[in-house]
Design a protein around this ligand. Sequence first.
Ligand code: NDP
Length: 599
Amino acid sequence: MAATSEPTTRDELTAKYRAERDKRLRTDGNEQYVEPTGRYAHFLDDPWAELPEREPLHDEVTVAFIGGGFAGLVTGAKLVQAGIDDVRIIEKGGDVGGTWYWNRYPGAQCDTAAMIYLPLLEETGHMPSEKYTHGPEIYEHTRRIAETFGLYDNALLGTEVTSLEWEDDTKRWVIRTNRGDEMRAKFVAMGTGPLHRPKLPGIPGIESFGGHAFHTSRWDYAYTGGDPEGGLMTGLADKRVGIIGTGATAVQCVPHLARAAGELFVFQRTPSSIDIRNNHEIDPDWFSTLEPGWQRQWLENFMILQTGGFADEDLVKDGWTDISQRIRDRVLADPDATMDPASWLKAYEDSDDEKMAEIRARVDEIISDPDTAEALKPWYRQLCKRPCFHDEYLQSYNRPNAHLIDTDGKGVERIDETGVWANGEHYELDCLIYASGFEVGTEYSRRSGYDTVGRNGLTLSEKWADGMLSFHGMHVHGFPNLFVVSPSQAANLISNVPHNLVEAGETIAHILGHAIEVGADEVEVTQEAEDRWVDLLEKHGRRFGNNQECTPGYYNNEGQSPGRRGLLNSAGYPAGPVAFFQYIDQWRTSGEFEGLEFR
Ligand code: NDP
């Protein structure tokens, strides 16, 4: 097959995008995915830690933080900086680190530049080794934060919260765990992460596979050989290895698999967009010239440029700011353009057309086989799916042992004892790797593994049955002294999630500082303030994802209407992240904390 030429008009391109989307739309939406059970139940276990027995705890702390990822670590650090050091992180993994604890697949790396992605670099004195750091260094950094701020001292690792209940008599939260603990905390914050519960494709016969299998977030190095640093996986040299999924995770581990496996079969339903990575080491001489306060400046510069604002220079210069800069340059270059939404939309569409054409041309440049090249071209707007950046992924398919099994949007047909069926053909496999992602959009309580029972027995799952209801994404009426830490219903800065968390930590530190100062037993948002916030977001919220024109994926609820629930869960402050951070800084430093009651 010869390479398809690029559509020459916007209409042709739109028609092509729609046709590719339509062939992927399915009535079961999110329901196509299943929980790991039966032969896959161990996919939820912790392969990285032997957890020692310990006596259950029956004590009390000032602050308990559920989740030991960046949310818990930066909040803990901010609290310690504010003089509140009786903080206990409770984490189900055997160590802190969150996603970087679990995801140790070869090649794991963050797409957001380390200078802004790694929080508290100045406070911990760490210089990232590369522009885009790899997983092991990020995991080390999470440990560094815990050590620097003494957060290990009081942490409960390898401990899963099973219930969280407000006790009105004592004005304390009661936390029970799978280790038999029954602790009390005056304040509880929750940062349980949006993408951490592995999911599997509900492919017929999935249970019957008799070979070796694992999910990317529980990489089985005992079987593959190699290590998270990228050591050659010698255990795969004589193996036929299959991998299902071609999202951001697969893009990073496929080059390592292609190097190591006897034969590699990559089962693709939708190709990712693969832009240039262009990684490089960070020069210590240059790093030493940065003035104190540089990280805040970098965070703000990135956020401003990434959300359509203007700045004299682009400090981060990455794929995210490139997208925004192209749009801005077009608006500025067009003499007829006004600064109205229509001009921005036109500039966005033109820039995106240009960018996606470049990404498809890059496939042709790199891939020697024209059929493979055609199958690897993404036909959707770049932000329809998680944009990927890699300089070795596409190249992997030029290896004779690496086979792209494109299914033209249909996915794997079925699995049997010896392998995988796709396009009517059977592929015999020794090992099958699921790069099938994580639960998104399921109930908060299901993903976190416990429900939260507030005042008068009201549960958070009841309260949020029809979507998240909060004030600032953090406070929930009926749930005093509880703080939710996530980007939703707040800044919603998706391109650099830790920035949201650092700000949330700062906010919590201010609120608790004030509560302690005035001797309040309870801090709670009023119903009125919560209603006003929800109303604002429902009417004018800036939404991430949910574009029904897009090819299906977790960004748009697998192509199905998000309903009120999905819209509420994905809403951010109407004026965007820059304005939200200004607003929240003013709100927390004014000393008024308008909307909260301190009793
Ligand atoms: P994703 O949910 O993004 O990808 C799942 C993959 O499985 C998709 O390619 C999907 O295809 C495919 N799939 C599902 N069912 C089938 C089937 N029946 N047959 C064939 N293929 C199937 O998971 P990831 O783990 O890749 O990424 C999750 C998120 O984690 C990312 O979006 C990103 O936010 C984050 N991440 C960030 C990284 C970074 O910063 N570098 C690195 C890795 C992850 P389809 O596209 O058609 O649905």
